[in-house]
Design a protein around this ligand. Structure first.
Ligand code: FAD
Ligand code: UDP
Length: 372
C-alpha cells in the first residue's frame, strides 16, 4: 500500500514525508508513538485557551534563507527576537553576557573597549580548547564562568562542563556591546499560528497517511513498507545492541497565572540556585493576547523521553558504532536529532532532512505515480 514508512512526526519526519510525497509522488505512512504531530516542537492550547509549547520553549531562528523559504510554504510568520535574563547574585542581568551584564554586576560604567579589556584581563588562556569549561574560561575567566555556566551546566546535563564538548557552552556567545538578543540570526520569526498548525499543512497531502500512538519498532519488518525514514533514537532502532546511548531528559511544569504578564523577557535562567534551569513565559514567544499567562519550568532529568544527545567523546564513539550499523541497513535512512545523535536546532534538522532527501531522490528511481 505505502512505499515508505516515516517513523516520527517531528521536523525530520515531516520534512521527509512532505518531500517524498510532493516531489516523488510516493505514498508515505507517517507514524509517531505520541498522540500528536510536531515532535518536540508540538504546541497546543491549554484549558484556558493559552497556546503553549508542550516540550519547552521553541524559538525559530536561522541564517539559511533556503530553510526559511522552504518552511514559509507552510506558515506565515510573526517577528520575534528572544531575550534572556540570568538570575545572578540577586540581580537579573542579560545572558549572553554583554556590556549591560558586566556593568550591572560590578557596578561599573565601562564602554565597549572597557568591557573588552575587563574580560581580556580575566580570560585564562587554554592551549587546547576541548571542553565547555575550556571554551568559557578562556573567553571570560573563572569567576564569570562559575556565576553563569558551571551551575547551570551541572544542573542541565548532570555533568561538569569539563566533561562536555566545547560545542555545548560554545552555543552561548559573549558580547561587549549592548545587544541583548539571545540569537543574532538573520531570520528570527515564530510560525504565526504555531508549530502544530505548520506541521498540519506539511502533512496535508493525499499521499500521506498519519497514524498516531503507534510504535514503529513493534511493527514486524514484513508488515512495513519497504523503505523507511527513521527519526527516533538510533540505539533503540538496533535494540541497544552496543549498549544505551545516553540522552538527557527534562520534566516540564506548566503553570497558568491569572495575570497578563509575569516576566519582562521570554526566559529567565537560574545558574546559581533552584532545581529548574529556566522559566519561560510563552506569550512572549507566541504573541498571544490573553488576560492570563503560562510559565514553563524546566527540570533536567536522567529519566524520561530523550531530548538531548550528550556531546562528549565517549558518547560520540558509541554513536559511531551505531552509525556503522545504520550505514549497512538497506532501504533505511536515519535523520534528525535523535537518529543522528546531533545537538541540532530545528533549522539544522530541516536542513539535514532536505539534504538527505536530495541524496535519496538522486539515488532512487522515482515511482511513476503522479506527484500530488
Ligand atoms: P523529535 O522532535 O524528537 O521527533 C522525533 C519523533 O519520533 C518524536 O515525536 C517521537 O515520539 C517519535 N518516535 C521515536 N521513536 C519512535 C518509534 N519507535 N515509533 C514511532 N515514533 C517514534 N530548537 C530550536 O531551533 N530552537 C529552540 O528554541 C529549541 N528549543 C528546544 C527546547 C527544548 C527543551 C528541547 C528539548 C529542544 C529544543 N530545540 C530547539 C530542538 C528541537 O526540539 C529539535 O531540533 C527538533 O524538534 C528535532 O526534530 P526531530 O524530528 O529530529 O526529533
Ligand atoms: N548555558 C549555561 N548558562 C546559561 C545558558 C546556557 O551554562 O545561562 C550552557 C549550558 O550548558 C547549556 C548550553 O550552554 O546547556 C547551551 O545553552 P542553550 O540555551 O543553547 O540550551 P538549549 O536551549 O538547547 O537548552
Amino acid at each position: 500500500m505505502h512505499d515508505w514508512i516515516v517513523v516520527g512526526a517531528g521536523f525530520a519526519g515531516a520534512v521527509m514525508a512532505e518531500r517524498i510525497a510532493s516531489v516523488r509522488g510516493e505514498k508515505v505512512l507517517v507514524v509517531d508513538k505520541r498522540d500528536h504531530i510536531g515532535g518536540n516542537a508540538h504546541d497546543r492550547r491549554n484549558a484556558d485557551g493559552l497556546l503553549f509549547h508542550v516540550y519547552g520553549p521553541h524559538i525559530f531562528h536561522t541564517n539559511s534563507s533556503a530553510i526559511a523559504d522552504y518552511l514559509s510554504r507552510f506558515t506565515e510568520w510573526r517577528p520575534y527576537e528572544h531575550r534572556v535574563l540570568a538570575s545572578v547574585d540577586g540581580q537579573l542581568v542579560p545572558i549572553p553576557i554583554n556590556r549591560t551584564t558586566i556593568n550591572a554586576l560590578y557596578g561599573l560604567d565601562l564602554d565597549e573597549a572597557g568591557v573588552e579589556a575587563f574580560l581580556a584581563a580575566r580570560a585564562e588562556p587554554v592551549e587546547n580548547i576541548r571542553t565547555s569549561e575550556d571554551v568559557v574560561v578562556s573567553r571570560i575567566g573563572r569567576e564569570l564562568y562559575e556565576k553563569f555556566f558551571r551551575g547551570y551546566t551541572r544542573k542541565q546535563w548532570g555533568l561538569d562542563p569539563s566533561e562536555l564538548d566545547r560545542s555545548v557552552a560554545g552555543r552561548v556567545p559573549t558580547r561587549t556591546n549592548d545587544d541583548d538578543r539571545y540569537f543574532t540570526d538573520s531570520f528570527q520569526n515564530m510560525p504565526r499560528d504555531g508549530y502544530t498548525a505548520m506541521f498540519e499543512r506539511m502533512l496535508d497531502n493525499p499521499l500521506i497517511t498519519v497514524k498516531l500512538g503507534v510504535d514503529a519498532l513493534a511493527i514486524p519488518a514484513a508488515e512495513r513498507p519497504l523503505r523507511m525514514v527513521y527519526t527516533g533514537p538510533i540505539d533503540a532502532y538496533f535494540g541497544h545492541a552496543h549498549g544505551k546511548l545516553p540522552y538527557r531528559s527534562l520534566q516540564f511544569r506548566h503553570v497558568t497565572l491569572d495575570q497578563p504578564w509575569t516576566q519582562t523577557v521570554g526566559t529567565i535562567n537560574f545558574p546559581q540556585d533552584q532545581d529548574h534551569t529556566r522559566v519561560t513565559e510563552v506569550k512572549h514567544l507566541t504573541g498571544q493576547s490573553h488576560p492570563c499567562t503560562t510559565l514553563t519550568y524546566e527540570y533536567p532529568s536522567a529519566e524520561g523521553d530523550p531530548y538531548y544527545p550528550i556531546p562528549r567523546p565517549e558518547n560520540e564513539a558509541l554513536f559511531k558504532k551505531y552509525e556503522a550499523l545504520a550505514r549497512a541497513e538497506e532501504n533505511t535512512w536515519f535523520v534528525g536529532r535523535l537518529a543522528t545523535y546531533r545537538y541540532y536546532n530545528m533549522d539544522q534538522v530541516v536542513g539535514q532532512a532536505l539534504a538527505t532527501f536530495q541524496k535519496l531522490d538522486a539515488a532512487l528511481p522515482r515511482s511513476d505515480r503522479e506527484a500530488a
